[in-house]
Write a new protein. Structure first.
Lengths: 247, 306
């Protein structure tokens, strides 16, 4: 019995060391209002709610600066080609291009206040919280700007609100052309400029019903899908000529 | 009423798409052109990715040209013999066009080449047709007959061998220029991704002296065959045909094409040619302005492989 108890203690200690937060006793729990968003024919975007709580116990020290939350919603990775138009012989044509691999297709950074005021830039960079810090690379800047224009990248500096000192919530807005796939939701708790706890959740965005049927057919049975589309076109054309026949 | 498109992956207003189909269908039925050079930019403008737009427009055009071709067929206003010979040249042209496309792509000059030649083509064809249309209208105002089929005004290619008699078109010409026109259509179509009806119609009228009403029906048969083939190829290779978008477009398109064909039949042919000329010219100028004026944002992003 004693051996077993010792093992348990060691495992618990290891777990505490691994989580990097052995001295802080706060625990962070978070969840989403839904873990599955289906895109059907009437999908025009969606709003999800992220909510969570900070659990304190007797060992928790009081935090003079209060708590801050930075939550990131990260969509499936994609390879992007960025092209730049340049003036060639008086004409604007696509001249330069750059390829970025493993770019998040969707990225929302939601926080209680601007991340730069929550922790040092170095800390944020190490924790890969971004992409709001400035970049000198014009191609990278173009990705951030164009993604933001399509509301696929969002910075919500005041998006997380505390309902009580330990209970928070945030809205996640998904635009109508949100890419399908598996999304990671990563929530980090900060106090006094340092991360003291983190938790994660996941979200699936899938096509459903007729949408899914068409998308799957187009992808997996390309030739049959093409023949069916062509047949549909000919049928429609023929039908119209019969309906509108004068004689 | 918004509907989310399964392949284009964005919601669109059904009535907006129907109206677009109707308008372009009307133009297409009236002039016997596919209208892809008008529809593709429109779809890109409302936010659909260029690759999906090009692939889906081919399906839409297949429908409206089939409906148009059937009604011209019933009026015996198309020449199947001429159409099949043009198609034979067209297949060779498409093959060579794809070869050149691949070559240019390897050299990295594809965007500039396509952009410039497209603009030059539209502007020169549009300007020529407009000029000829104004000239013909002015001539008929003066009381002189429209001299489209001038007897004895033979161009050099009328002297070529392998003469064929096209009964429906009532022309007797060498097979060589017919095949050459078909070849050019296929070639240009493959490089620029256009059906090329707006090129075929004037070439048949001015070079081969085919009567205008037969030209439109014949051009529709060509458009039908190339666009049906394009639909199947686009779907099989790139998986980019949005069947839902195509269906909404074609419902508007076939109805529009019927009214357009009727309006076209009741109109004086020189006026019809002037209007088509001005339309082609306007699109050409629009693209030219795009190339000369500095873009609002010189950067654009797309997902690799699309």
């Amino acid at each position: 019995v004693t051996v077993r108890t010792h093992t348990l203690v060691i495992v618990a200690l290891l777990a505490a060391v691994a989580s990097e937060t052995p001295v802080h006793a706060e625990r962070l729990v978070a969840s989403l209002s839904t873990h599955r968003v289906s895109i059907t024919s009437n999908f025009t975007g969606a709003e999800l709610v992220l909510f969570g709580a900070i659990e304190r116990d007797a060992a928790s020290v009081s935090r003079r600066g209060g708590y801050d939350i930075i939550a990131m919603v990260i969509g499936p990775r994609q390879t992007l080609v960025v092209r730049r138009k340049e003036r060639v012989a008086g004409l604007w044509v696509n001249a330069g291009s750059r390829t970025f691999v493993d770019v998040p297709s969707y990225l929302a950074t939601l926080s209680t206040r601007a991340p730069a005021t929550i922790a040092a830039v170095e800390t944020l960079r190490r924790l890969q919280i971004g992409p709001s810090y400035a970049t000198e690379d014009v191609f990278r800047a173009a990705v951030l700007r164009l993604k933001a224009q399509r509301r696929l990248y969002a910075d919500g500096a005041n998006a997380v609100t505390f309902l009580t000192p330990t209970l928070f919530r945030a809205s996640i807005l998904l635009p109508a052309d949100v890419p399908v796939g598996c999304y990671d939701v990563d929530v980090k708790l900060f106090a006094d400029g340092a991360m003291i706890a983190r938790t994660s959740s996941a979200l699936d965005i899938v096509k459903d019903g007729f949408e899914q049927f068409v998308a799957t057919a187009a992808r997996e049975h390309g030739l049959a899908y093409g023949l069916a589309s062509a047949a549909m076109a000919l049928m429609t054309g023929w039908l119209a000529s019969v309906v509108f026949r004068k004689d | 009423v918004l509907i989310h498109l399964p392949i284009a992956d964005l919601p669109v207003n059904i009535f907006l798409i129907l109206a677009m189909g109707l308008a372009i269908g009307f133009i297409s039925g009236m002039f016997g052109i596919g209208g892809g050079f008008l529809m593709t930019p429109l779809l890109i403008f409302i936010g659909i990715s260029p690759a999906v737009a090009v692939a889906t427009v081919s399906t839409h055009i297949a429908a409206s040209s089939f409906s148009g071709a059937l009604s011209y067929w019933r009026r015996r206003a198309l020449d199947p013999q001429l159409a099949s010979m043009l198609l034979a040249g067209g297949f060779l042209g498409t093959a060579s066009g794809i070869w050149l496309f691949t070559l240019l792509r390897r050299l990295g000059q594809i965007d500039l080449t396509i952009g410039v030649s497209y603009v030059l083509l539209l502007i020169s064809v549009g300007a020529l047709m407009s000029y000829e249309g104004v000239h013909a209208i002015w001539r008929s105002r003066q009381g002189r007959p429209a001299e489209l089929r001038r007897a004895g005004s033979h161009a050099w290619f009328h002297a070529l061998p392998f003469k064929v008699r096209f009964k429906q078109s009532r022309i007797y010409v060498s097979a060589i220029p017919v095949l050459a026109i078909g070849f050019l259509m296929g070639f240009v179509g493959a490089i620029m991704g256009i059906g090329g009806g707006f090129l075929l119609v004037p070439m048949l009228i001015y070079l081969l002296r085919v009567p205008t009403n037969v030209v439109i029906g014949t051009s529709m048969v060509l458009t039908l065959v190339t666009m049906t083939t394009a639909t199947v190829l686009h779907a099989a290779t790139n998986h980019l045909v949005d069947a839902v978008l195509a269906l909404i477009l074609m419902v508007g398109g076939v109805v529009g094409a019927q009214f357009g064909a009727r309006a076209g039949q009741g109109m004086r042919s020189e006026r019809l040619r002037l209007m088509l000329g001005l339309l082609v010219l306007a699109v050409g100028v629009r693209f030219a302005v795009d190339m000369v004026v500095a873009p609002i944002d010189p950067f654009s992003i797309r997902i690799a492989g699309e």
